[in-house]
Write a new protein. Structure first.
Length: 243
């Protein structure tokens, strides 16, 4: 008898960077990702799979996937929300933008459980029609969300107790962040479910989908707390059981 897949861990796709990288004897352009994402998914009971920025991502090619993580990374091209680039906005990465907006559209159509991290939150908001502050320090007056190059700042979050996120993490969360952009105009259908003390939007949910959760901070950086990844894996397993 063929297996229905219930005996295997849910397969969680994670988007990757396309960057110049050095490994072994090579220095070349590569699809790369912080290992912390892989370890968090695995610790939560899922099987992590890397998704390339050069893939053909649509519903017809993703029926094997049980859940999705939109990882952090480069700024979304502001042309996608109708703005010229701010001087601090990074160089556009059209391949990654195209791949991740396609993945988001497919996940939306499939009701595929989704966890969006940092840049992923921006992709979610922009894909549904929202806009971004291109340089948050100009809005809040501090660099607390981006303290130093290649390091994370600690941000205290207030979370809506009635939200999915509140049920998973509680009403008060200490989070690790590294970002200079944030939500400006909220897309229709999304709900803000967490704020930083300076008012910055720190988490979003899309109630019309079974599990669409986005965090501006980096939950993968806290190896001792995989509750959010565990919730994603549970939602992925439940969706697979419903199919």
């Amino acid at each position: 008898m063929a297996s229905n897949g219930s005996d295997r861990p849910p397969v969680i796709g994670i988007t990757t960077y396309l960057e110049q990288a050095t490994f072994g004897i090579w220095e070349t352009e590569a699809a790369v990702l912080h290992r912390d994402y892989l370890d968090s998914v695995r610790a939560a009971g899922g099987n992590p799979v890397l998704l390339s920025p050069v893939g053909d991502w649509r519903v017809a090619t993703l029926d094997w996937l049980d859940g999705l993580v939109l990882a952090g990374g480069a700024d979304v091209d502001p042309c996608r929300y109708g703005q010229p680039p701010h001087p601090t906005t990074g160089t556009p990465q059209p391949l990654r933008d195209a791949a991740e907006f396609a993945l988001f559209a497919a996940a939306y159509e499939m009701d595929l459980p989704l966890l969006a991290v940092c840049r992923g939150l921006h992709v979610m908001n922009v894909a549904l029609g929202g806009t971004l502050h291109q340089h948050t320090p100009e809005v809040v007056g501090t660099n607390d969300h981006l303290p130093h190059v290649a390091s994370f700042g600690k941000t205290e979050l207030s979370v809506s107790p009635s939200s999915l996120l509140g049920g998973i993490l509680g009403e008060s969360v200490s989070a690790l962040c590294h970002h200079h952009q944030s939500v400006d105009r909220l897309a229709d259908g999304l709900q803000v479910v967490a704020h930083a003390q300076d008012g910055t939007v720190e988490a979003l949910e899309l109630p019309s989908r079974r599990f669409f959760v986005a965090m501006q901070s980096h939950p993968e950086q806290n190896a001792d707390d995989v509750r959010l990844f565990a919730a994603l894996v549970r939602a992925a397993a439940e969706r697979r059981g419903d199919r």
